[in-house]
Ligand binder design. Structure first.
Ligand code: SAM
Length: 250
């Protein structure tokens, strides 16, 4: 049977498409895309003609059966999303989960993803990090999720859109505290790429300083909560003791 290729596309700058992505998109029998109009533009840019098929969250289950039939008939299929790597806050999970468990051949064609691109320039610890994707849309759910992460010691990576970036930063300011270190990457690889580095107090000022700062696509990276180490605890208790003793001295 055929192969399902999971193909990454650029997150902004079309120059970031890989050689293998182009070769793969040219040779496959069908390209499944989140938004066929958007992908048509991308393919046209690279002179690729393809049989485009829509695969989004609303028709994924139905489409899986069709894709299996195509693969069984020996066709090769590519899955792409609007930008970056499929399945990373994008459709494709059910497809890969089901086909993977049925031992269909699935091959990655790696390329850009906003999370790794952003981490590579953040200067926050990357030896361990958590990917939080998009926060819940409603404020109650969002605040709950942030509260659950308040003591997380690893770097946290959030995706955010222009609609909610200011509210999200304000909520983080309240829940994580003004002094928590953050890096905000905006419009990566695009014309108006911008990176803010500082603390949540500074970021809250920056995001409200200019309406342009709230436009576009964002990756928000939050430094981990500093764990109080045993020696910190000992230091603070010995400091307390010292204060008491000093008060007692004549
Ligand atoms: N599959 C994509 C990936 O691999 O990164 C992510 C798709 S998700 C629907 C879109 C979100 O990714 C945006 O809201 C933003 O948080 C982030 N993103 C995508 N492109 C970006 C860029 N050029 N600069 C900053 N963030 C970006």
């Amino acid at each position: 049977s055929g192969i399902l290729y999971i193909v990454a596309t650029p997150i902004g700058n079309l120059g970031d498409i890989t050689h293998r992505a182009i070769e793969t998109l040219k040779k496959v029998d069908k390209v499944c895309a989140e938004d066929t109009r958007n992908t048509r533009k991308l393919l046209t840019h690279f002179g690729i003609q393809a049989d485009l098929q829509a695969l989004h969250d609303h028709n994924e289950q139905h489409k899986i059966a069709q894709i299996k039939n195509w693969l069984d008939a020996g066709e090769n299929i590519a899955l792409v999303s609007d930008a970056g790597t499929p399945l990373i806050s994008d459709p494709g999970y059910h497809l890969v989960n089901e086909l993977g468990s049925e031992n269909y051949r699935i091959e990655p064609i790696p390329g850009a993803s906003a999370i790794i691109t952003a981490l590579s320039i953040a200067g926050l610890p990357t030896d361990r990090f958590t990917f939080e994707g998009f926060l819940p849309a409603k404020s109650v759910g969002r605040n709950k999720a942030l509260q659950a992460n308040a003591k997380e010691t690893r770097t946290q990576v959030y995706y955010e859109s222009s609609h909610r970036i200011d509210d999200t930063i304000a909520a983080m300011h309240t829940i994580f505290g003004a002094e928590r270190k953050v890096v905000l990457a905006r419009e990566l690889t695009k014309l108006y790429e911008q990176v803010f580095r500082g603390d949540l107090e500074g970021l809250l000022d920056w995001i409200n300083a200019d309406p342009m700062h709230q436009k576009g696509e964002f990756v928000l990276m939050v430094d981990g909560h500093e764990e109080e180490t045993d020696s910190d605890a000992i230091n603070s208790s010995s400091e307390e003791l010292l204060t008491i003793l000093l008060d007692e001295l004549p």
